[in-house]
Each structure stands twice: as C-alpha cells, then as structure tokens.
Design a protein around this ligand. Structure first.
Ligand code: EPS
Length: 355
C-alpha cells in the first residue's frame, strides 16, 4: 500500500478538495498546524489582492475522528471565499437568473506562458476560463494541506522537511521594481529534508527512484521550469573526484553534493532539492497574443494576479517533497496502523545500525 492523493477544484469554483488514501490509522493531526501552513502559503510578498479575500482553512469531511486518522480515505476541503463573486460565472450547474459578478463573459485572449492556448486547443474549449481555472496555482492550497498531513506522518519517524527561498535577499527589491513596471518575477526555492533514513526509493525501476519522484513532484507545481537535486547542474562541470561524497567509517559523509540521494535511493544525508519558478504569465503590461474569436492580433488577457509567488512556492515545494517522502516511507515501512509503521522504522534502523 502506498499513499495516494487525488485532488479537484477550480480557482474561483466553490472549493478545492483532496482525498488522501493509504494513511495509517492512529495518526494524530493538528488542525492549527495544517492551517498554519495554509497561511504561510498565502503570506508571501508580491501576492495578489486575492489573498485579502481568501483566509484558507482546512475542513475535514471524512477519515478523521476526534483528531486521529481512521486508516480510511481522508477527505479535505479548502473553500474559495472568492467564489461568492463568481457564483454565476463559475456555477457548477447552468446558472439561473441574469449574468452577474465575475466570469460572465468568455475569455478569448490567451496569455503566453499560461495554460490558456494549449488548454483551449487540447480540450476544444471556446472560453479560456475553462482551461485557466484548473491550471491556476490557487490549487496548490490543497496540496499544502496534504503536505501538512504528510509532515505529521514523517514527524513520527523523525523526518523534518523545510522549504525556503534561495534568492531571498534581493527578492523584495526585484518584486518592487517589477511591480513598478507592471511586470512579474520568478525565483528559486530549496527544500531540505533532515533525518531521512538511507533506503527510501529504489534503483530497481526508474519510476521508483526517489530523485525522479521528487523531480516529478516539484515539476508538477505551477510555473516550475527547472529542478535539481543536490548540486544538480553544477555537477556536470566537476571532476568525479570533486563531485562525489566520500564515505566515512560510520557510513556518513562530510560533503553532500548528491543532495542525499544516490542511484535513486536516499543515503541518509540531508535531502536537498531546488525548484526554479518562471516569472508569472499574467502581466499588467500584456504580451502579444491572438484573439481566438476573431483571429486578429491582440494583447493577452489582463486580470488581477500576483507579481511573484516565490515565497508561496517554498511552502508548496516543501509540501510536495514531504508528500513524496511520506509515500516512500510508507512503501518502505508499511503499516496500516501507525504503531506498525513506527515499529518497522525502528527495527530497520536497528538492523542497519543507523544513528
Ligand atoms: C493565479 C492567479 C491569481 C492568484 C492565484 C493564482 O488568482 P486571481 O486571478 O483570483 O487573483 O491569486 O493564486 C491564488 C488564488 C492562491 O490562493 O494561490 C494563477 O493564474 O495561477
């Protein structure tokens, strides 16, 4: 049994939902800890006024009783407070009454860099909104809620996961400058996982490799265009003698160029993964595009958006890495009851004499 995550939800629809399966029974969840991560995701500098509308909070519909998982599917919901302004435009059923609020007119001006053009072509859509609503990074809220649950499971085996912005020092200045010129910026974030035992992931098949799984998890986040593990691209320029982490008699390393993963398997050192975010594609000074209704040259859609979401990405990337590590740990240690999971972890550390 592995952990599985299915999500649904549009940016301005009623809610975002997630169903998590494979969690052991008996895991204590802390609502405040989940909500704290949701707030961290919302808090970054350069975010859109949308964040003053939303105050994300998790609701649990199933799988939890009095704060403990039941070992059954855990159903999480994060409501979109902004939906009240879109009840006609984003009504799940054919709307009743006169058009009112936002989203009443079709969007026909695709933004370069967003899902808009590819989405309408792929799915045969007449309204770009039908593509952009699901592609929106609003959706990351529910992934952060799932990541908080994963972090609770990882804490049981003394693994700690933390994301941060790499280029933090100059980020605010870059955001202020870009805002002044009605432009956007991206940036780089880093996630470090401490306490991961050796042996998560496998070289047996490429889809089992922990680095491949982390890369997919990070690349799956909106606006991420680059991922590296450990020294990543820089390793290509080093000699082997400088690139590899020598093994001490206690089987630990003094360096960590590999970012804690060798041959797709954790080696017991800190896991280090980085993700590069492109500048956000909704520009107040729009780029050239085509009006899909007339076929004429036009400027891309301009609508309320963030100048940057790099600080949010640090939280979202942390959640993505936590989820993948929890999944790998659940595969390694099994356990449909939390006690069995923790006991298997302890027995394994004992067998490999790992401290
Ligand atoms: C997003 C566009 C903006 C962001 C949104 C992601 O939405 P809106 O057009 O409603 O202002 O605010 O992110 C969130 C709402 C969020 O909670 O992260 C996009 O196009 O991806």
């Amino acid at each position: 049994m592995s952990l599985r995550l299915a999500t649904a939800g549009e940016s301005h629809g009623p809610a975002l939902v997630a169903i998590l399966t494979g969690l052991p029974a008996g895991l204590v969840l802390d609502r405040d800890a989940i909500d704290a991560d949701l707030r961290r995701r919302q808090a970054g500098y350069g975010r859109s006024p949308r964040q003053q509308i939303e105050t994300d909070e998790v609701e649990v519909l199933a799988g939890l009783r009095q704060g403990r998982t039941l070992g059954t599917p855990l159903a999480l919901v994060v409501r979109n407070r902004d939906h009240k302004n879109w009840t006609w435009g984003m009504s799940p059923w054919p709307p009743e009454g006169e058009p009112a609020g936002k989203g009443t007119r079709p969007v026909t001006l695709p933004r370069p860099g967003h899902a808009d053009l590819a989405g309408v072509l792929k799915y045969g859509l007449a309204d770009v909104r039908d593509a952009l609503e699901r592609a929106s990074a609003r959706h990351t809220a529910v992934h952060v809620a799932a990541g908080a649950v994963a972090k609770a499971l990882l804490a049981e085996i003394e693994v700690d996961v933390a994301g941060s912005v790499v280029d933090e020092a100059g980020l605010r200045a870059r955001i202020d400058a870009a805002r002044g010129e009605r432009d956007t910026v991206g940036g780089v974030v880093e996630v470090r996982a401490e306490g991961v035992p050796p042996g998560l992931g496998s070289y047996a098949a490429k889809e089992d490799r922990l680095d491949a799984r982390l890369a997919a998890a990070l690349m799956g986040i909106q606006a991420v265009k680059g991922v590296e593990i450990g020294d990543g691209f820089a390793l290509a320029g080093l000699r082997g003698s400088a690139a590899h982490d020598e093994i001490r008699t206690d089987r630990r390393r003094d360096t960590n160029h590999a970012g804690g993963i060798e041959a797709g398997v954790s080696n017991g050192e800190q896991i280090v993964a980085r993700a590069a975010m492109k500048p956000l594609p909704t520009l107040m000074k729009p780029l050239a595009s085509v009006d899909l209704e007339t076929g004429e040259a036009a400027q891309a859609l301009v609508e309320r958006s963030d100048v940057a979401a790099v600080e949010a990405l640090a939280v979202v990337a942390e959640a993505a890495v936590a989820w993948e590590l929890a999944r790998a740990a659940r595969e390694k240690f099994g356990g449909d009851a939390l006690g069995d999971f923790v006991a298997a972890w302890r027995a394994y550390l004992e067998r490999i004499q790992w401290r």
